[in-house]
Design a protein around this ligand. Structure first.
Ligand code: IMP
Ligand code: MG
Length: 186
């Protein structure tokens, strides 16, 4: 599979970044979520399942804000590719290396948009016999929801805009921005 080039896209001919959440705002919120998760899972040892690639940075920061013995695993789900619209098709590209039976699973996702990815993933983990499955999502683009998805630990709600940074990409670019911005074309 070839990596799509940002320059090849016509959707953003002249890209502009409009800051939405600063690095500091993100860290403050993650500290609060970590505290909440630490309290809620007291006495247990949940397994964090990060959804690649977008959630890699959120998962790294969130796990350091949780004061419990936790495990970390990753899964990869097919995503948008070059398009800003979801295809509606969900596919596991990289599966877990461990079983989830009897485990308390906390899925860590960058953003819930239509909810197609998460509703599929959460149902799959339930089917595999996890004793509980909860979701931590940094961003919630609630206006675009097509499937009901319960977000147990939410960073921020955002309007219907395409955002990048802090792990989120457009055609593999901008994941390394320390803040979150709306990507606009002029
Ligand atoms: P959903 O299945 O429509 O909820 O899509 C979820 C996935 O689409 C996320 O995990 C992201 O990888 C991607 N996505 C959705 N909205 C955005 C966005 O605004 N910026 C970057 N990626 C996005
Ligand atoms: Mg994602």
């Amino acid at each position: 599979m070839t990596t799509p080039s940002f320059a090849a896209s016509s959707e953003f001919a002249n890209p502009q970044l409009e800051p939405l959440f600063t690095a500091e705002q993100i860290q403050t919120r993650i500290g609060e979520l970590g505290q909440q998760i630490t309290n809620d899972y007291a006495g247990r040892n949940p397994l964090l399942v990060g959804v690649l690639k977008g959630a890699c940075i959120f998962a790294s920061d969130l796990m350091r804000a949780i004061d419990l013995p936790i495990g970390l695993e990753f899964m990869a789900i097919s995503s948008y590719g070059m398009s800003m619209r979801t295809s509606g098709e969900v596919r596991i590209v990289k599966d877990l290396d461990v079983g989830v039976e009897g485990r308390d699973i906390l899925v860590v996702e960058d953003i819930v948009d239509t909810g197609l990815t998460l509703s599929y993933l959460l149902a799959t983990l339930h089917q595999r016999g996890a004793s509980s499955v909860r979701l931590a999502a940094l961003l919630d683009k609630y206006e675009r929801r097509e499937r009901d998805v319960q977000i147990d630990y939410l960073g921020f709600q955002i309007p219907d805009a395409f955002v990048v940074g802090y792990g989120l990409d457009f055609a593999e670019r901008y994941r390394n921005l320390p803040y979150i911005a709306v990507l606009k074309s002029t």
